[in-house]
Design a protein around this ligand. Structure first.
Ligand code: GLN
Length: 261
């Protein structure tokens, strides 16, 4: 028996009008052993959360540019200030677009090469394990999680790319570049390592058997969970074991996912 943690980590998941993946992000937080806290775009109060996830989707209908209007929301003003003070923030897909539009991360995400919406199971290599969200991976670890977007092509000027590469801030790289991203970049971090943007979706690959299969490992599907457990380790807050529903204990596969909000 391990001792019960002193307290359970509170991880905020933001919902903007048009957000799609907030439910899966809250579930991923719970499976990692933390309490998800639903945060609403119009409320600037961060409700004492220990970390924040900006989930995927189409905030404000992707009007103007994907992620651009979200930067003007009351909650983003609070998140920008908190992130600059070191609060861990993970932006997934549209959340990554919000982070570049907010200038918490450099560069931009533009239309995929080929101008198509892409949805596939995407192999990645984790390049940086010093960040708040990737400490649980091995350097160079290869994972497979879903990707699904129209504007996932990462671009930046040469000086920015040099700085990202030179300071170990490329967090994840595509193995088989799906969209023309420069330097095969799938994810980056800020200089302090507390803010991470990632184009593919770890929150859709947290339950063994229900995410992308990896043939050479027979069955996986939970490669994304480590993003959410890594931040607990960074915060120094032990995961609460009872947040994981019994029917989803690792290695237990059922026909019905049983996942309920
Ligand atoms: N899955 C998503 O978050 C989609 C992101 C974004 N709106 C795009 O299509 O590029």
């Amino acid at each position: 028996m391990t001792a019960a943690p002193d307290r359970v980590a509170r991880i905020g998941v933001v919902t903007f009008p048009g957000t799609l993946d907030d439910g899966d992000a809250r579930r991923a937080v719970r499976f990692a052993g933390a309490d998800p806290v639903a945060l609403w775009h119009a409320d600037p109060d961060l409700h004492d959360v220990d970390a924040i996830v900006l989930p995927g989707g189409f905030s404000y209908g992707d009007y103007l540019r994907a992620g651009a209007l979200a930067t003007q929301s009351p909650i983003m003003r609070s998140i920008i200030a908190a992130a600059e003070d070191g609060l861990p923030v993970l932006g997934i897909c549209n959340g990554f677009q919000v982070l570049t539009e907010s200038h918490l991360l450099p560069g931009a995400l533009v239309r995929n090469e080929g101008m198509r919406f892409i949805r596939r199971d995407q192999p990645l290599r984790i390049e940086a394990t010093e960040t708040a969200w990737t400490g649980g991976y091995r350097p160079g670890q290869e994972i497979v999680i879903p990707i699904k977007n129209a504007e996932g092509r990462y671009i930046a000027d040469e000086a920015t790319l040099d700085e990202l590469e030179g300071s170990g801030r490329v967090v994840a790289r595509y193995l088989g570049n799906p969209n023309g991203s420069l330097h095969d970049i799938a994810g980056i971090a800020n200089a302090a390592g507390n803010v991470v943007g990632l184009m593919p979706h770890p929150e859709h690959a947290i339950v063994p058997g229900f995410g992308p299969d990896i043939p050479e490992r027979m069955r996986s599907g939970s490669d994304g969970l480590t993003f959410f457990t890594s931040v607990l380790a960074r915060l120094g807050i032990a995961p609460a074991a009872d947040r994981v529903p019994v029917e989803h204990a690792p290695d237990h596969h059922t026909a019905d996912s049983g996942i309920r909000e």
